[in-house]
Ligand binder design. Structure first.
Ligand code: EPZ
Length: 405
């Protein structure tokens, strides 16, 4: 199975093209709902976009608006990524303040404080962030906590600021490294890429560039979890195993046989997994975006596993749905204890968010009998034709029309 391009890298690369006028081509861009949401937002601002196959072409020569309306931002929090590039290139932006998400509050205080540190004047009016700056000035910014989005926004604002910027406690997720490489190709001066201390020498202008996106490590981990849980043998193509070190370690400890080459991962499992604890952490730790999928795997493992999410304390909406399938899970604060059961029993369950949907599909593949997963629009946000990819791997799964779309 070929892994698609990284959603969370594309969602930063696309707004980054606002930093220069002209055409950029981004190869290995996945065809997902979130990508089309970002495309629609950028098109309303005047960016011309074509997405033939998996290369997306964005021409920013005729951008006429520096606004991200509520209707768009409410659909996808990553829309907030336009703030940094708009401020950096145009000196002003009006971006809807993102609300919460399916599992709880998703603040943007770190983003706003970084913009103010770079000299922007920020006000909140009618649910919108109004940001202004004649020209951003380089600054030393120490992030209180490591934030992927805040690091991305600060990076995209700093590349055109006057003078040098240092971002300390910056996120080191591969998606941020990919963004930094793309900005360098556009002419930005960035040092420390891949470390949690990024130094940016501002330049007066950038030029359009092309790039090819990294593979999606979370899509890869999700398919590995499906194969591990059902006793499968799969090989993933076009994947960077070095982005999944912590995840592969846990799969091995759970009893899977894993082998890797430069751009493939092969997993073999007999389906009889050992219960293994998992605690999420910022990269390179076990990702919070794999927490729900790991929980589905552990539902029928031998023994009990303790799963703690240290990034989002309330990311457990998948628990009640897994319990409908027969999983035995107790949640206390940001920790779930999963008591492995013999098997799950098929049922109708409800998706609540992107990774919860993936967890329910994995559980449905494990369960005896058939299951129906409702509201699969959640899963289409982050997985390209997941039922086709799973069917090609031997799963009995199809998409059916449902009144409860
Ligand atoms: C990115 O979200 C990803 N989204 C998320 O993936 C992922 O779960 C998350 O990083 C953590 O890895 C995209 O890249 C589009 P954060 P982001 O800022 O940037 C707190 C998926 O499934 N925080 O790194 O929003 C925050 O509450 C999605 O693809 C503040 O307190 O995450 C959280 O506890 C879901 N203030 C922690 O930091 C802020 O200003 C990490 O969040 C920003 C964040």
């Amino acid at each position: 199975m070929t892994v698609s391009g990284a959603k969370n890298a594309s969602l930063a690369l696309m707004p980054a093209t606002l930093l220069a006028a002209g055409p950029c081509r981004l190869a290995n861009t996945p065809r997902l709902r979130d990508i089309s949401t970002m495309s629609t937002l950028l098109e309303t601002m005047g960016v011309d976009i074509r997405h033939p196959g998996t290369t997306i072409e964005l021409d920013t020569a005729h951008v006429h608006s520096q606004e991200a309306p509520y209707e768009m931002v409410k659909k996808m929090r990553a829309s907030f990524y336009v703030l940094g590039p708009l401020l950096g290139r145009y000196g002003h932006a009006r971006v809807s303040y993102p609300g919460g998400c399916a599992w709880g509050p998703r603040p943007v205080d770190l983003h706003l404080r970084a913009m103010e540190a770079l000299g922007a004047e920020i006000t909140i009016e009618g649910g919108y962030v109004i940001a202004r700056a004649d020209r951003l000035r380089g600054a030393e910014i120490q992030f209180e906590i490591s934030s992927v989005g805040a690091t991305g926004n600060a990076l995209m604002a700093a590349v055109l600021a006057q003078g040098s910027t240092v971002l300390r406690n910056a996120a080191v997720e591969p998606e941020i490294t990919q963004l930094a490489h793309f900005l360098r190709r556009m002419g930005a001066h960035i040092d420390g890429i891949g470390t949690n201390c990024l130094t940016i020498e501002g330049v007066d202008d950038l030029h359009p560039a092309d790039d090819s996106n990294i593979p999606d490590r979370i899509e890869a981990g999700t398919f590995l979890a499906a194969a591990a849980a059902t006793g499968g043998n799969i090989t993933l193509e076009n994947v960077s195993h070095e982005h999944l070190t912590a995840v592969l370690e846990l799969f091995r400890r759970a009893g899977c046989d894993i082998s890797v080459t430069e751009n493939t991962i092969t997993l073999q499992s007999d389906g009889a997994l050992t219960a293994i604890d998992a605690t999420t952490a910022i990269y390179p730790g076990f990702p919070t975006d794999m927490q729900a999928q790991w929980m589905a795997m552990m539902a029928t493992a031998n023994g009990s596993s303790v799963i703690t999410d240290t990034v989002y304390f309330d990311r457990f909406n998948h628990v009640p749905e897994l319990q409908r399938l027969g999983a035995r899970i107790d949640v206390t604060k940001n920790t779930a204890t999963v008591h492995g059961v013999e098997t799950l029993t098929g049922a109708t369950v409800m998706s609540t968010d992107l990774r919860a949907s993936a967890s329910l599909i994995i559980a449905g593949l494990i369960a005896r009998g058939s299951s129906e997963v409702l509201r699969v629009y959640h899963i289409d946000r982050g997985y390209e034709a997941i039922e086709l990819k799973l069917r090609n791997l031997g799963a009995d799964i199809q998409r059916v029309d449902s009144e409860d779309y």
